[in-house]
Ligand binder design. Sequence first.
Ligand code: NAD
Ligand code: 2HG
Length: 409
Amino acid sequence: MRLSVEKDKLKFVLLEGIHPSAVEALNRDGYQQVAAYPKALAGEALLEAIGDAHFVGIRSRTHLTEEVFARAPKLVAVGAFCIGTNQIELAAAAKRGVPVFNAPFSNTRSVAELVLAEIVMLLRGIPHKNAVLHRGGWVKSAANSYEVRGKTLGIVGYGHIGTQIGVLAEHLGMRVVFHDVEAKLPLGNARPLPTLDDLLEAADVVSLHVPETPATQNLIGAAQLAKMKPGSYLINASRGTVVDIDALVDALDREHLLGAAIDVFPVEPQGNDAAFVSPLTRFENVILTPHIGGSTSEAQESIGREVAAKLIRYSNNGSTVSAVNFPEVSLPEQHGGTCRLLHIHHNVPGVMARVNERFSAAGINIAAQYLQTTEHVGYVVVDIDAAASQVALNELCAVEGTIRCRILY
Ligand SMILES: NC(=O)c1ccc[n+]([C@@H]2O[C@H](COP(=O)([O-])OP(=O)(O)OC[C@H]3O[C@@H](n4cnc5c(N)ncnc54)[C@H](O)[C@@H]3O)[C@@H](O)[C@H]2O)c1
Ligand SMILES: O=C(O)CC[C@@H](O)C(=O)O
């Protein structure tokens, strides 16, 4: 696949109501062909929208599968305007030479603040009391109403969000324990616990902050809920697949848990006009939120700018720093009189030798060359004399093992 399209002809498609800050950043940099859609698309509608796009931006609800990549042959890069990238088949993207960029911490604080507020609300029984008053009732009682001070918060997944919550919770006087599959520096007085079971047995509130992976599928099921203290609480603002909802319903029915706060669901509506169906809706002691942990004005504006900047940087100069599925190369600006060629290839022996042999045979002098590889993909960037640009592009595209090549204007 060869791409030599001038900047103002590159087409961006942004789905899922991505913040206007992204469009503004793209327009400001000279990208005028930006189509923005308010919600997620699937099936034929998705293929139709992105079939001739060079760049696609999504959030958590659009699924970019192997099949979708196969039907979007012009795609140069994907922006996930969020933290999670589980909705994208990353290996399929890399195999086609498509880097994926995300915003790894622009909404971290927003999620942490929501979870902190939910801890207080749950321990005071506010969701139920609020519902009763909305129905015209009155329930002035201290039964099952607790301060958070001195209680133990168990954080599963002590990454960006988990650590922020731990720090904030300590300011409220909570004890913090955490469990992670990696060794992590404990912040403040947080204590690591060696197993998930240890954490479940110790915590008054369990909060989940792991990514969606095969290992975290139903991480919290009937056996894990049974390990939790009677009268404790569960919070899930990570991914819907992490909790077995039927098992949670059972634990709530038996009043083994006193409440829960759930922001993410195994199946989520495609947009605000679609119905939300869940067996959890009948529990007044459960806070249900529509996957808005990271949905604040501050976070969304910042994500829009951040991911747009990464797409612009890749488009303008080839840098792939912080791509989640791709060799990372940080590139300087080009020198005057040179042009830059990007070559993405299968990471097999001999490709670089063939690139250099072809350039040498064609008499093309290399001003600078940058290479990085991952297990399956190699990414080489070559700066050459601008006068030789088209010859060099032809030579590069003819190299055996090429996935795609692109020239930067
Ligand atoms: N509700 C929302 O709106 C919202 C917003 C942002 C992020 N998220 C979700 O939250 C997740 C966490 O975000 P983050 O920025 O803290 O990610 P992160 O990568 O910084 O941290 C995740 C942590 O989980 C750990 N982990 C992975 N598998 C584990 C397992 N089986 N058991 C214990 N620990 C495990 C990792 O080692 C890592 O420390 C994201 O992947 C995303 O899915 C949701
Ligand atoms: O904005 C979204 O749709 C996803 C938010 C959150 O789950 C994330 O992964 O950052």
